[in-house]
Design a protein around this ligand. Structure first.
Ligand SMILES: Nc1ncnc2c1ncn2[C@@H]1O[C@H](COP(=O)(O)OP(=O)(O)OP(=O)(O)O)[C@@H](O)[C@H]1O
Ligand SMILES: [Mg+2]
Length: 286
């Protein structure tokens, strides 16, 4: 299975060299669950699509998938149909808009949670096919370090490990970084801190995690940004719409725009609320 994953990664790297076109395959992962992976992926994909990038999101939270629900999508098929009735990945893709498609994984079915080697091989081949018409493939993995997660991590060129400031999330993020650090160059792995109370807490969280990594793994990782607790996010989730669409100037949306500008060298305009910026400068937030 690891072989299949590495083949996919090598293919993408080779194709990038040949075509001079830069495909990006980025996995978003975490040790602990509920840290904000799916919301990040959904909003980053939405924002990238709005600047004309062709984006596909692969919901790799096999067995407990929910990006389709988060985006209010009605899916007739899911990965379950790929596993059980031999459908193609392309046939199960759901269009969010002209530039943004989702491959839904399906939930609560044992077959999908216990996916096996031949199916991984099929997924790999079809993902290679899909990347031909795609600029960016974002993979939303499940939490933890199961075989399913590591397959998708090995398939990706880049990994974003998401944590919150909670000690439990940090301990699990460290475990995740330890695993990825044996397979990846450190510049391919970055850490994103979500749900911080303020900028200071986000920076302390990142620095403390990196100190531990330096001490025990002899490696330091780069930061891919941070996001503060944003009460508009649960509100957007309830409405099953990306926060970036409902609240384009909300703190979480701005953090996702900054992530994109930093990660993809884009220049999405950020209109920060001047009042919020004023208070942030006083209280250390934003
Ligand atoms: N910055 C934030 N501010 C406020 N709430 C947030 C923030 N980030 C995430 N949340 C909330 O946390 C919850 C979990 O988010 P999400 O589903 O994106 O996490 P996940 O890492 O994908 O979880 P799982 O591991 O279960 O797949 C959601 O209900 C979301 O509204
Ligand atoms: Mg999720």
């Amino acid at each position: 299975m690891a072989d299949q994953a590495e083949k996919l990664r090598e293919m993408v790297e080779k194709k990038n060299k040949e075509n001079k076109k830069r495909y990006r395959v980025i996995a978003f992962t975490s040790g602990k669950g509920g840290v904000g992976k799916t919301n990040m992926v959904a909003n980053i994909a939405y924002l990238l699509s709005s600047i004309g990038k062709k984006v596909v999101v692969f919901d790799a939270d096999l067995g407990l998938a929910n990006i389709d629900i988060l985006l209010g999508l009605k899916s007739k098929y899911s990965l379950i149909d790929v596993v059980k009735s031999g459908k193609k990945l392309k046939e199960i893709m759901i269009k969010v808009n002209d530039n943004f498609q989702v491959i839904p994984a399906g939930s609560g079915i044992e077959e999908i949670a216990n996916i096996n080697e031949p199916i991984f091989s099929k997924i790999k081949d079809e993902l290679i096919d899909i990347t031909k018409e795609t600029d960016i493939l974002l993979i939303d993995t499940g939490a933890g370090i199961s075989r399913k997660v590591t397959f998708f991590l090995k398939s990706s060129e880049e990994i974003v490990v998401i944590t919150t400031p909670e000690p439990t999330a940090l301990a699990d993020a460290y475990a995740m970084l330890k695993i990825t650090s044996t397979n990846y160059k450190k510049d391919k792995v970055s850490v994103f801190v979500n749900m911080a109370k303020n900028k200071q807490e986000a920076e302390n969280t990142f620095n403390n995690l990196n100190k531990i990594c330096k001490k025990f793994l002899n490696k330091e990782f780069k930061s891919s940004g941070y996001a503060l607790i944003d009460k508009n996010l649960p509100a957007a989730v309830k409405q099953q719409k990306p926060i970036a669409e409902l609240y384009p100037n909300s703190a979480f949306t701005i953090s996702m725009k900054k992530f994109i500008n930093n990660m993809f060298k884009e220049n999405i305009k950020i209109r920060e609320n001047p009042i919020a910026r004023f208070f942030a400068s006083i209280f250390g937030g934003g």
